[in-house]
Design a protein around this ligand. Structure first.
Ligand code: TNX
Length: 537
């Protein structure tokens, strides 16, 4: 095992060198010992659909301009974003200009057939002497193309202060488009509260790997995190603590809108979740009326699950649900509202079904589509509902069947298998943070599965994509989030983006390892898994 690993590591580096040889920049200019080698075209995460190395490639210099078309606001926005990414480390001016001319970095959104053929999120990058062109049918595609260019540049680009170049990009053409339209991660801001800035940091990390959905778990037993005007105590009281008894917190509507807008600027759609009818202690302790016995329980700061339930038989429950969904829908430009539905162990099955029967139409009434954890499959999901599968290798056949049958009947699936995609789980028994009810989730295990076949019997076309949930019972700082998400989040992103034909752990781990200097430059502290051939090891 050990020697096998070492052999593949050496082989991997040889392959890298060989591939770099295609680019004429492979050798650093004489005397420039510190010059970084150019990243071979396509050696990025997620792996692109196609990368064809050719020619000498492009170099960003002090004279480079970023060219957009006159009057094209989306191109200009992308141009300004790209300039913000490039300016600190290069120290160059990089003006964004619409003055015409064909040299420099050119950003183009157009509906020409070749762009349309790459789909709504696809893009093409052409790197040649004198010009680097990114084209797409959409602004999202252009943004993803920019992430590709970023990864083709030296890792030092990510530093906040001026670094030595040269800033070269291997020559050739990348054509790229995602395998799945849903590529997400979930952040649990309920068990521990995370500030707007902490959420923005996580959004930027997700965007670097072309994720396009941020699911926010906004309520649970331990905390209610979003201001609801018609039920103000949800946030002011229900949000006043967290796991371990810390002070918690909540987002005002203005702060929440700031998160949504920031995510949108990175082409991520925010999917807010209010978990119901279980996982509701924070709400139940804020309003006595919501309890069947009319008595508000105390706030909860432990980590048990399954003990709370909204009172399914009371009318006030549905006034509450209507108000919350109405206010949340008004804050949500995206299509989906997530209504939870997991681990409702204190709700009878009959009540659970009755509750979902009443609540799903409320989501539609406010113009949104239902998303729910896969338990919703056992309660007549409405047409257009999406269920999120979080089972694992020990999930019973009956439970799996329920989801498979829903999928056969047209319900779409987002896959978050807990033994693969749960990035809140410990890597090994010895890693410090995380849970392990679904086993340990090392980097290879987290990457090495296929979303199209994971849930046996579900039609491949029922799978909308993948999501990596980051539950936070044991996580309370950005450093904790970094350590759990890296290096697993890029692997889930690759499963969502890259063609199945590129899936290969031995090759992936080499590309993944090459990301480490970038994380170092970004200040992301990651888990140095012994499964990955990290540089300098
Ligand atoms: C199960 S996954 C839960 C969460 C926990 C998580 C921890 C799901 C829908 N419910 O309440 O935070 O496990 O891994």
């Amino acid at each position: 095992m050990r020697s096998h690993r070492r052999t593949t590591r050496v082989l991997g580096s040889l392959l890298l060198v060989a591939a770099a040889g295609i680019s004429s920049f492979a050798a650093a200019p004489s005397g420039a010992a510190a010059s970084p080698t150019v990243t071979p075209l396509g050696q990025i995460v997620p792996a692109p659909l196609k990368a064809e190395p050719a020619g000498p490639g492009f170099e960003i210099t002090a004279k480079t301009r970023i060219r957009v078309e006159k009057g094209n606001a989306a191109e200009r926005r992308a141009g300004e974003y790209l300039a913000d990414v490039l300016r600190p480390a290069t120290g160059y001016k990089l003006p964004v200009t619409d003055s015409g001319g064909s040299d420099g970095i050119r950003l183009r959104i157009s509906a020409e057939p070749a762009n349309k053929a790459l789909g709504a999120e696809g893009y093409r990058v052409i790197s040649a002497r004198g010009s680097l062109t990114i084209t797409s049918w959409s602004d999202a595609g252009l943004f993803h193309g920019i992430q590709t260019v970023r990864q083709q540049l030296p890792a030092a680009l990510e530093k906040k202060t001026r670094q030595r170049g040269p800033w070269r990009i291997a020559g050739g053409t990348i054509e790229d488009t995602p395998r799945y339209g849903y590529r997400g991660t979930m952040l649990d801001v309920s068990r521990h509260f995370f500030t707007v800035d902490q959420v923005k940091r996580y959004i930027d990390q997700a965007a670097l790997y072309k994720l396009n959905k941020l699911h926010l778990h906004l309520s649970d037993d331990q905390g209610w995190r979003i201001a609801i005007d018609s039920w103000p105590r949800l946030a002011s009281y229900g949000g006043s603590t967290q796991v371990g008894g810390g002070k918690g917190g909540y987002y005002t509507k203005a702060q929440y809108k700031e998160i949504v807008a920031y995510a949108a600027s990175r082409h991520l759609e925010v999917i807010p979740e209010i978990d119901m009818p279980g996982h509701t202690n924070a709400a139940l302790s804020s309003y006595a009326d919501l309890n069947c016995n009319g008595v508000a329980p105390p706030l909860y700061t432990g980590t048990e699950v399954g003990f709370s339930s909204l009172c399914v038989k009371k009318d006030v429950t549905y006034d509450f649900v209507d108000d919350v969904i109405r206010e949340l829908a008004a804050l949500t430009p995206g299509e989906y509202l997530h209504i939870g539905g997991d681990e409702a162990h204190s709700t009878s099955h009959e009540d659970f079904v009755a509750f979902m029967e009443k609540v799903q139409p409320v989501v539609a009434k406010y113009g949104k589509k239902v998303m729910g954890w896969h338990q919703l499959a056992g309660a007549n999901p409405v047409k257009g509902a999406v269920v999120q599968y979080w089972g694992y290798d020990k999930t019973g056949a009956a439970e799996r069947e329920e989801v498979v049958n829903a999928a056969k009947n047209g319900t779409k699936l987002v896959l978050s298998p807990a033994d693969r995609a749960y990035i809140d789980h410990k890597y090994t028994k010895d890693t410090p943070l995380g849970l392990s009810w679904a086993g340990y989730v090392e980097v290879e295990r987290s990457y090495d599965w296929d979303p199209a076949t994971y849930l046996q019997g579900a039609p491949a076309d029922s799978v909308m994509g993948v999501e990596a949930p980051l539950w936070t019972e044991t996580l309370s700082t950005s450093a904790h989030l970094d350590y759990m998400a890296f290096p697993r989040l890029p692997g889930i992103a690759e499963l969502g983006w890259s063609p199945a034909a590129t899936h290969d752990w031995e090759k992936y781990k080499v590309r993944l390892a090459a990301q480490a200097p970038r994380w170092d430059a970004l200040g992301i502290g990651y888990y140095k898994s012994p499964q990955v051939p990290w540089p300098g090891k």
